[in-house]
Design a protein around this ligand. Structure first.
Ligand code: SF4
Ligand code: SF4
Length: 342
């Protein structure tokens, strides 16, 4: 809202004052042109977001393919794309901050997470009060001249001078509006600014306290953890389980076989051909199908493990199975081999 749609709105219709004037003016050439441009731009950006949203659900490659194949081949998908576009358009054009006030539970939660050290958009009441214009008769006024510019620009319609409120979405429009007024009356800016209650009541600047240092450390730790997870992420994940309901099969030549299911996920963007090998015991693996896993997809197949009975020492033997790509082992996984009781 703040980084895309509001910027487009300011670019087409001007700042909050100009927008109010435009709203109040009768329908003329200028108003029709600006409203039409804004609706078109909002619709196009909403359409773009809906495409990415769809890509998030079904994959960006499939979205690209559907665009190539045309609207009529994928009419159902195209209809949902238009519905999502209309929802995004409705939210950004009209519903806006009401999402934060009415729909989103996060705003409500934020209230209980604040304390006197939380840095929020805040009005410096020590500096601003008592509010009002200075005159020859009343010199005992603060810096707030009670112009209501901060209230007029607030998208959720609150007066930040009444303190931190649930409805504040931290858009900082009131900071800009008040700074403009302060420059105009030649006072220092920052009457409304980012500050904590403790900063305001003790007239202090924001300090890098031990708590902030601790939060920074925790954040760095989490980021490092995320980076490690990303760097060490496997290209292929595999799960091997014995086929349910199957025990073991006795083969001629004193051999025993077990049937297994393997589920693979190829997280890379290329087709991979895989092979299986036994790692901790001599024996054979007989694949039912070749293991070719398409890019970014799952694959499931079955295979037999065949062991000589003389090598089996227990009823349940743990076996290690290596998964190989082009002769390189990329993963090792374990499974249980069942044999008749000795
Ligand atoms: S914009 Fe600044 S000066 Fe005007 S009412 Fe708000 S706080 Fe006071
Ligand atoms: S930052 Fe200011 S303008 Fe924005 S929602 Fe909060 S009080 Fe309103």
């Amino acid at each position: 809202m703040e980084m895309v749609f509001r910027k487009i709105e300011y670019w087409i219709e001007g700042d909050a004052n100009q927008q109010r004037k435009l709203k109040a003016m009768p329908w003329n050439g200028e108003k029709i042109r600006k409203r039409f441009t804004k609706i078109t731009a909002f619709f196009l950006v909403s359409f773009l977001i809906a495409n990415f949203f769809l890509g998030y659900i079904i994959g960006i490659d499939r979205v690209g393919l559907m665009i190539q194949e045309g609207v009529f081949v994928h009419f159902g998908v195209f209809s949902s794309l238009i519905i999502f576009t209309l929802i995004f358009f409705f939210v950004y054009y009209w519903f806006r901050e009401q999402v934060c006030l009415i729909v989103c539970p996060y705003g409500r939660l934020q209230g209980v997470l604040l304390d006197r050290n939380s840095i929020v958009v805040a009005y410096d009441y020590l500096r601003g009060e008592p509010r009002g214009k200075k005159s020859a008769l009343s010199q005992d006024k603060g810096d707030c001249i009670n112009c209501s510019a901060c209230v007029r620009v607030c998208p959720t319609g609150i007066d930040i001078r009444n303190g931190t409120q649930l409805e504040c979405v931290n858009c900082t429009a009131c900071i800009d509006a008040c700074d403009e007024i302060m420059e105009h009356i030649e006072k220092p800016t920052g009457l409304i600014r980012y500050a904590s209650e403790n900063n305001l009541s003790h007239n202090e600047k924001i300090k890098y306290t031990w708590r902030l240092k601790l939060y920074t450390a925790v954040l760095l730790l989490l980021l490092s953890f995320l980076a490690i997870l990303l760097i060490t992420r496997d290209d292929v994940s595999a799960r091997i389980l014995r086929t349910p309901g199957q025990m073991y099969q006795k083969l001629p030549n004193d051999q025993i076989s077990n049937l297994y299911n393997i589920k693979l996920a190829n997280k890379t963007r290329k087709l991979i051909h895989l092979d299986l090998k036994l790692e901790n015991i001599k024996g054979k693996i007989r694949l039912i199908n070749q293991i070719n896993v398409a890019k970014e997809s799952y694959y499931q197949t079955s295979f037999f493990i065949i062991l000589d009975q003389e090598r089996i020492k227990k009823r349940k033997t743990e076996i290690k199975i290596g998964i190989y790509e082009n002769g390189d082992r990329i993963k090792t996984t374990k499974a249980i081999f069942l044999a008749p009781a000795l």
